[in-house]
Ligand binder design. Structure first.
Ligand code: SAM
Length: 260
């Protein structure tokens, strides 16, 4: 009898493991720039980046009627954390398996029509001009092969007056030239603040503000970052897509009105 129970338990364990693997098919193995593999990788990423996500949400000053886009959303942690604060959340990521995880995480909202996650490249966003009121991008920008192109796309899909907050790179010491680094997940760029500002302004953003913060509150992770990059701080840039300037005639009339 005891043997039967042990055997039945063993069969149950194997069956559960097989079911988990079946359910996970397509979401366990991942690859590509900046991808932490599998569910555990995604969980580590989501856990480590919590303070960064909170800071980005604060800088975006999210409102209930916001239509938010997270570029390189990974497994959708930021979207899940912010979904209740805004009207609609959208994510895009290059990795199909991460998109699948994000879709599972946001299943109820997707069914309700208040969330969407698509597979795609930050350099070619599949939405019309001015679709979103807020754009976020975290822990991914330095991996983009064409960062200027990605910035231009983020600006294009923002509504005039809309806000973008981008976690740009590990902070590099003052006076250091921007340079490529090699780290977890492949080659990526580290820019100094002056170059960040130049790039973001060149993409047509205004009100550019740069800040620095410790991306994680995990001591071990921060020590690893210091070892890899010489810092555990991130550079965050916040910017606004400017409103169109009024046509010259209207501006002159307004000026005349003010004088007269
Ligand atoms: C380290 S993860 C960060 C995920 C998420 N933003 C977060 O903070 O948890 C980096 C993500 O960037 C995505 N990625 C890298 N290059 C990309 C590109 N060109 N376009 C879209 N996503 C990209 C990867 O697939 C990966 O999911």
């Amino acid at each position: 009898m005891r043997r039967m129970v042990v055997l039945a338990s063993a069969v149950a364990v194997v069956a559960s493991a097989a079911a988990w693997v079946r359910r996970s098919r397509g979401v366990v193995s991942t690859g590509g720039p900046g991808v932490m593999p599998g569910r555990i990788g995604s969980w580590i990423n989501g856990y480590m980046d919590r303070p960064l996500h909170a800071a980005v949400a604060r800088l975006l000053a999210l409102q209930p009627d916001d239509d938010l886009l997270d570029v390189a959303c990974g497994a959708g942690y930021f979207l899940t954390e912010t979904a209740s604060q805004v009207g609609h959340v959208t994510g895009i990521d290059l990795s199909g398996p991460k998109v699948e995880l994000a879709r599972r995480r946001l299943g109820a909202r997707i069914a309700a029509g208040t969330a969407e996650v698509v597979e795609g490249d930050a350099g070619s966003l599949p939405w019309a001009d001015g679709r979103f009121t807020a754009v976020a991008c975290m822990d991914a920008f330095p991996f983009f092969p064409d960062p200027e192109g990605a910035l231009a796309e983020m600006r294009r899909v923002l509504r005039p007056g809309g806000r973008a907050v981008i976690d740009v790179n590990p902070r590099i010491p003052e006076g250091t030239e921007s340079h490529a680094l090699r780290g977890v997940g492949g080659r990526f760029m580290a820019w100094n603040d002056a170059d960040v500002r130049r790039m973001v302004e060149a993409a047509g953003f205004a009100e550019v503000e740069i800040s620095h913060l410790r991306g994680s509150d995990n001591g071990l992770f921060n020590a690893m970052s210091r070892r890899s990059f010489g810092t555990d701080e991130e550079t965050i840039v916040a910017a606004v897509k400017p409103l169109p300037s009024p046509p010259a005639d209207a501006a002159r009339a307004e000026e005349a009105g003010a004088v007269g």
